[in-house]
Design a protein around this ligand. Structure first.
Ligand SMILES: Cc1cc2nc3c(=O)[nH]c(=O)nc-3n(C[C@H](O)[C@H](O)[C@H](O)COP(=O)(O)OP(=O)(O)OC[C@H]3O[C@@H](n4cnc5c(N)ncnc54)[C@H](O)[C@@H]3O)c2cc1C
Length: 283
């Protein structure tokens, strides 16, 4: 059992709780003043499907009256694939956010709490077999797809995988851009899937505020046909196309309407269909 100390613990705190769910931070990278990624040790017993999320967090501050501390937990998509020996997360920094105002200061060697109960709908099991798989992400909604584009089953099951990622500014795309580059040069995946596997992965980044080669909301680019024209694709069909969506509540709703206009139906673990959706955050 590992001892879990709260971040910024003051000398006034007497009792240091000991929790079974503590994991050690092994690496932290800051991408912008609003985004960072980090890796932690993986509990030996943790099994998950690429694309799922878990609850992670830190010990809350001691209650001023009782001195007692409770874990402060939030849902996080696991950004690493199921085969990885560590776990990776891709996180927002909300300056007054109860968790991320503190989580953004973690360093290698620190501990976080990880509840080992993975769940989620952005998994291969929730989709019926198809030919082309679309990943639609905005902001940190990229995280489950960071897992799935490193998952061999993605390339086994589909002829083409299209990852769209929309952010306000170019710097916010960098984690995803670098990841796609690394996947394309991944010797292990090439050995497993054959040299041509990387040709299946199409990366389509867009920005909504800062000038970049592709501007606009993915929903607008789908509605006016720009996305299809850029990729040389005629459109979507319930027969061949499958989609996973991870963004704000508004984006998810708009994309649901668009996907359903092409005849795709929403699936679930218990009832696989043509597309699945998950919130990237609440609010
Ligand atoms: C299923 C699920 C998976 C999630 N996976 C991730 C993930 O992989 N990475 C991640 O950073 N967050 C993820 N979140 C959001 C996460 O649970 C927290 O909300 C986030 O870490 C901020 O926590 P907080 O306590 O600092 O602020 P909160 O009190 O939780 O949030 C404060 C406000 O910040 C905004 N906000 C919160 N999270 C985000 C975000 N990710 N992007 C943009 N604005 C946000 C919202 O407006 C929210 O009302 C996920 C949420 C859900 C429901």
């Amino acid at each position: 059992m590992t001892e879990l100390k709260p971040v910024n613990q003051t000398s006034a705190v007497k009792a240091t709780p000991t929790l079974p769910d503590a994991q050690i931070v092994t690496d932290v990278k800051h991408w912008t003043d609003r985004l960072f990624s980090f890796r932690v040790s993986r509990p030996a017993s943790l099994r998950f499907r690429s694309g799922e999320f878990v609850m992670i967090g830190l010990m809350g501050d001691p209650d001023p009256k009782t001195g007692k501390q409770k874990p402060l937990l939030r849902a996080y998509s696991i950004a690493s694939p199921a085969w990885d020996e560590e776990l990776e997360f891709y996180s927002i920094k909300v300056q007054d956010g109860p968790l991320t105002s503190r989580l953004q200061h973690i360093k290698p060697g620190d501990q976080i709490i990880l509840r080992p109960k993975p769940v989620g709908t952005l998994v291969h099991d929730a989709l019926l077999p198809g030919k082309r798989l679309w990943f639609f992400a905005t902001g940190t909604g990229l995280a489950p797809f960071a897992s799935l584009i490193r998952e061999p089953q993605t390339y086994e099951d589909y002829d083409q995988i299209i990852l769209t990622h929309t952010c306000r500014d170019v710097a916010e795309l960098e984690y995803g851009r670098k990841l796609v580059e690394d996947v394309r040069n991944d010797a292990l995946l090439a050995e497993l899937m054959g040299e041509g596997f990387a040709d299946k992965l199409v990366y389509y980044p867009t920005t909504t505020r800062e000038q970049s080669p592709r501007m606009g909301r993915v929903t607008d680019l789908l509605k006016d046909g720009t996305l299809f024209r850029d990729l040389g694709i005629e459109g979507m069909s319930a027969k061949d196309d499958r989609a996973m969506v991870c963004g704000s509540i508004g984006l998810n709703k708009d994309l649901k309407d668009i996907l359903e206009s092409f005849g795709l139906r929403e699936g679930a673990n218990s009832d696989p269909a043509e597309y699945v959706v998950e919130k990237a955050f609440v609010g």
